[in-house]
Design a protein around this ligand. Sequence first.
Ligand SMILES: [Zn+2]
Length: 372
Amino acid sequence: MPRSRVARRGNKRERTKKNVTWLSVSIAGVAVLALGVAFVLGVSASMPAVVDSGDVELSAEMLDTSSQQELTAQVAPDAATALIEVPDVCGMQLEEAETLLAVAGFSVIRVPTPVGESQPGVVLTQDPVQGSRISAGSDVSLVYADADAVADQTSTATSTGSAHGELVVCIDPGHQLKANLDTEPVGPGSSDLKPKVTGGATGAVTKQTEHALALIISNKVKERLEAQGVTVVMTRVTDAVDISNRQRAEVANKVNAQLFVRIHADGSVNADIQGISTLYPANNSWVSPIEARSMRAARLIQDATVKATGATDRGLTPRGDIAGFNWSTVPSALIETGFLSSPVEDKLLASREYQDKLADGIAAGILAYLDV
Ligand SMILES: [Zn+2]
């Protein structure tokens, strides 16, 4: 990431770099409103009982505008603390996006990322996401495709990645604050399109969201791996991001991670279904180079996590239809840590003790895979 391309302040850059996170940048001091989100659950023909299956398009999202208005009224009781809605600038040219945001009253932080298959200069993601309401003058980070970032990022990945013997694991906390139902190819060169990132499950009793839970567990796994000397790259460090499943895989690819671990929770129309399962890429030519290693990682993570938690063992699930797998060039596994649709498991998943057990198990599985 060339220094000259960063428009504003190095300390934001430094934080970004320390987290080794390109696609999501946390913004200190920015009040992001939690939007009320409701989910309409869909059902898949192939997996009729399970609502959440990685990044499959099994759920649609609705914005609960009444609760959004309520929340706004509480946070902004008068004009002095008025909040402004962040516009959608993804897909625009950087300069155009900066102008729009400046007119709206925001400051912009540029975060260059390698071009990949994007057009140079195009804004790929924004943080906070569109529709967030934040105070005037707040920072909005724009991750944009920068032609000059390619060589720099690649050399960073090579010099810090497996080529030099360092152990790097990429962790992807599933979903995000708002679904993005725009589509992307399910795999390289495919005309089969899938939503960029769906809404996740919601706790039957606690109403906790899958994206928030996934981030909590992911952070706990990160701590445990780092304590063993493993470098951890997170695809996101806040919930208010807009990162597609393909882009998440590309983060793991760019850092040449030994393993790409995706953390989710499940949902079902049957409230009695409980347990842990782990998905791995299989059954297509995109993932054939990583299938065997992914299956081995999935087996180790599944077994260690079932052992640590005492949860029902729902086994491994090979999947050929998941964009976050098909775009990955490094071994990958996705753990469904339990069913938020089960009142019993929802409450367990909300407890710190159980989250710690899950993280113990997931980390143990990853370390076994890495032979640490
Ligand atoms: Zn999920």
